[in-house]
Structures are given as structure tokens and as C-alpha cells.
Design a binder for this molecule. Structure first.
Ligand SMILES: [Mg+2]
Length: 266
């Protein structure tokens, strides 16, 4: 059971399985079913966003506060929060349940472009509260810019991502949505976080993956990272930043996919 489950996750994320093992077996995939059907999942996401909402006034008022390690002397900067997109702002569980294996970015792009986005429960209420309090909301996603044949736009995924967020109830624009592949940005999100921190005091990070908070969390290292992450390293990072969880850093559950799969022992 355990090895079959891990194999399925490998198929989902790495696209490295044979045709036979690519067959989707929902009976094995408790994570997908839990996100799709459990009442506990939206209860948890609402809990996380409610906790973040309650903390907004405290972090806005404390001019010495930043959620980005190393950001100091930011008291004169406008205040911002950074949210991830997939499984943080919008749900892709229906894509995860139905797409034909193996995974490819164009498949997700095609699905998101043709499907009205579903918000993660609690997200819109949080963003509305943050915006009403004068906080700028940035979305940092690793959806990649990829050329589509016959389309002149070098990053058509940018507008489809803005559209998805709008469908989830939040209006945003090109200046506040940052994709992988734009402006030379790679999948290492800390580069984009640090860029935002040059112009804004970032009071919260919200995501569903360690990559949304901590640098260098994948087996494959993207610059400026130079070393592969391991299971032990990732746990050490959670412990190192123990004081930040629920205190400026708000993480949502995602048992379906993520950087954690890159270090799962095979
Ligand atoms: Mg995500």
C-alpha cells in the first residue's frame, strides 16, 4: 500500500511512470479525496485565514515587524502580504482528480483557462480585510511562463492567472502577480520575495508549500541555491523558524503535490 501510494505521487509530480502505472487509482489517493470531499479541509483553510486576519492590525501597527527574514529598517515602506496561488488562493483539486497522466504545465494551463476557478475557503475574506486595511497583496506563483504556439504573448499564463484570481473573487493586476519565468525569475521564490521586500514591508507569507516561506526546499536546486534539499533539511527549517508559524507565516495543507514530493524516498 505504502509503495503504491508513493508511486502514484511520483506519477503525479514527476511524470516518470509507465503507461500502466499512470492509470489514476482514486482508491489509493487519500490526499485528493480528502481535499475534494472532507469538511475538515475547508475548516482548516478557514481557520488559517481567520488567524491571519486577526493578526493584521498587530503586524500593520508594529513598524519593526517583517515576515521576511533579514528585512530590517522597513518602517517607512508600504505594507504588503504575499500569497501563493495554487492551493492557497485557488483550488486545483478537480484538475488533480481528472487530468490525464503524466503532469505537464500546459495541461494545467489549459484546464485553468477553460474552468472557472474555485477559491480556497477563507482566502477572499482575508484579502478583502487586508485590502481594506491598506495592505498591498502580491501573488507569487510557480506557474511558469510558457510560449503557446500561435500566441504572440510570451507569457499568456500571466493573464490566465490574473483571471483565475478574479474568478475566485479577488481583483488584481499584472504588477501584483509574479510568475516563474518572468523577468528571468526561476522557481526559487525567495528571489521574488526579496524583491518585494525592497519596496514593501512584508508582514505575512501565506502558502501551501515550504517553498512559499523558506529558500532551497527542493531536491533540485535553483539559483541562488546550490544544494539539494533533503527530508532532514526541510524538517530542520521548520524547526529553525518555529517562532514564525502562525505568527506571520500561515501554511495551508496540500497532500496532493508540492516540493515535499521531490525528497520522498523511493
Ligand atoms: Mg501552491
Amino acid at each position: 500500500m505504502k509503495s503504491k501510494t508513493l508511486l502514484l505521487f511520483g506519477c503525479l509530480v514527476l511524470g516518470a511512470c509507465s503507461n500502466q502505472s499512470q492509470q489514476h487509482d482514486p482508491a489509493l489517493d487519500a490526499g485528493l479525496l480528502w481535499v475534494k470531499h472532507s469538511a475538515e479541509y475547508p475548516a482548516i483553510t478557514k481557520q488559517v485565514y481567520a488567524s491571519a486576519t486577526q493578526a493584521l492590525p498587530r503586524f500593520i501597527d508594529d513598524e519593526s515587524w517583517s515576515a521576511v527574514p533579514g528585512q530590517v529598517d522597513a518602517k517607512d515602506l508600504p505594507v504588503a502580504v504575499i500569497l501563493d496561488v495554487d492551493e492557497t488562493s485557488v483550488s486545483n483539486v478537480d484538475f488533480q482528480l481528472t487530468y490525464e497522466r503524466p503532469f505537464a504545465n500546459w495541461k494545467l494551463d489549459e484546464w485553468t483557462s477553460g474552468t472557472a476557478a474555485t477559491p480556497i475557503a477563507g482566502m477572499k475574506e482575508f484579502v478583502d480585510a487586508a485590502s481594506a486595511a491598506g495592505v498591498t497583496v502580491f501573488f507569487v506563483t510557480n506557474r511558469p511562463c510558457e510560449v503557446i504556439e500561435g500566441v504572440d504573448d510570451p507569457c499568456p499564463q500571466k493573464q490566465s492567472t490574473i483571471d483565475d484570481i478574479a474568478e475566485a473573487g479577488v481583483d488584481t493586476d499584472a504588477d501584483h502577480v509574479m510568475l516563474s519565468g518572468e523577468q528571468g525569475w526561476n522557481r526559487e521564490k525567495s528571489v521574488r520575495r526579496n524583491l518585494i521586500a525592497k519596496t514593501h514591508r512584508v508582514i505575512m507569507l501565506i502558502g501551501d508549500d515550504l517553498v512559499d516561506f523558506v529558500p532551497c526546499t527542493r531536491r533540485k536546486a535553483y539559483a541562488p541555491c546550490t544544494q539539494s534539499a533533503t527530508v532532514e533539511y526541510r524538517h530542520a527549517m521548520v524547526d529553525k523558524y518555529a517562532h514564525r508559524w502562525g505568527n506571520g507565516w500561515y501554511i495551508l495543507p496540500n497532500p496532493m503535490h508540492g516540493s515535499w514530493t521531490s525528497v520522498v524516498p523511493h
